[in-house]
Design a protein around this ligand. Structure first.
Ligand SMILES: [Fe+2]
Ligand SMILES: [Fe+2]
Length: 277
């Protein structure tokens, strides 16, 4: 298990079990009391016990209920029975998992172990606030730790350099995923002070986490608006100006100007924002 307190003392008590193959990474917080996602790796419990005895595990917070994020629960519940925190919509989509997982979730429900989490909810005893971030699925949650400026993003934001990042975070329409919701969610996350990004797949991005949100959003704009090519940069410039980052907004305007030197839209947005392209 990898820890991060050497990089930033505010990350003390956080551990990461990296993803391998078809499974998400797993984050351990509060010295073993809290997990974010359960991955789907062999021997998860052994990794977890490197930090604390499994009995200390009290909460599993789920970013969503895709199999690669919940499969590891089977191994955990053979030994202990933590409470599960999940968005109501993601709980619904657990019925699409392969058997026996729908029955497993129902058994947890019957035992009073499932807690439905709403947007903005502080998860007691964790220092984390849940943020509903639909787009990849309709029930995605991110978890934000304000003090550490750390965002646990599940599949809502994945590191740009990760192979298959676009595939792993794309909207899953069976689970209510929609590109337009993803735009809204990323715009909202862009407004958060995010120093450290702890994604559901790939390596954590320390110190420059916010850049990953920016890259994810502009890439999405480029997917949605291929033509004219400057449009993605103009939208990004407006978003960055909205959150009080005029220098970065001006950089986006320059990119738009380079792509379309004679564009009236570039001139109009530059004037609107009071910035030169
Ligand atoms: Fe995933
Ligand atoms: Fe997913």
């Amino acid at each position: 298990m990898k820890t991060f307190e050497k990089e930033d003392p505010r990350l003390e008590g956080i551990g990461w079990v990296p993803d391998s193959g078809p499974c998400s990474g797993v984050y351990v917080l509060a010295r073993g009391r809290v997990l974010i996602d359960a991955g789907n790796m062999m021997g998860l419990v052994d990794h977890l016990e490197e930090m604390a005895p499994l009995d200390s595990l009290a909460h599993i917070l789920l970013t969503h209920t895709h199999f690669d994020h919940v499969g590891g629960m089977a191994e955990i519940y053979q030994r202990t029975a933590p409470d599960v925190f999940v968005h109501a919509v993601a709980r619904e989509y657990a019925r699409l998992l392969r058997s026996p997982f729908p029955e497993f979730f129902q058994a947890l429900e019957d035992a009073g172990k499932i807690h439905r989490v709403h947007d903005g909810q502080e998860i007691e005893g964790t220092g984390l606030k849940a943020l509903h971030a639909p787009g990849h699925t309709a029930g995605d949650l991110c978890f934000y730790h304000e003090e550490a400026q750390a965002l646990f993003s599940g599949d809502a934001v994945l590191p740009f350099r990760l192979r298959f990042s676009a595939i792993l975070s794309k909207p899953d329409d069976l689970c209510g995923g929609r590109l337009q919701d993803k735009v809204k969610s990323l715009r909202r996350l862009l407004g958060l002070p995010v120093k450290h990004l702890f994604p559901g797949h790939g390596e954590p991005v320390l110190h420059t986490g916010a850049n990953q949100i920016k890259i994810a959003l502009v890439t999405l704009y480029q997917t949605l608006y291929e033509n004219p090519p400057e449009k993605a940069w103009l939208l990004m410039a407006q978003d960055l100006a909205d959150i009080g980052q005029p220098e970065e907004a001006a950089e986006c305007l320059k990119k738009a100007r380079a792509l379309a030197p004679a564009s009236q839209d570039v001139a109009r947005v530059s004037e609107l924002l009071g910035l030169s392209a």
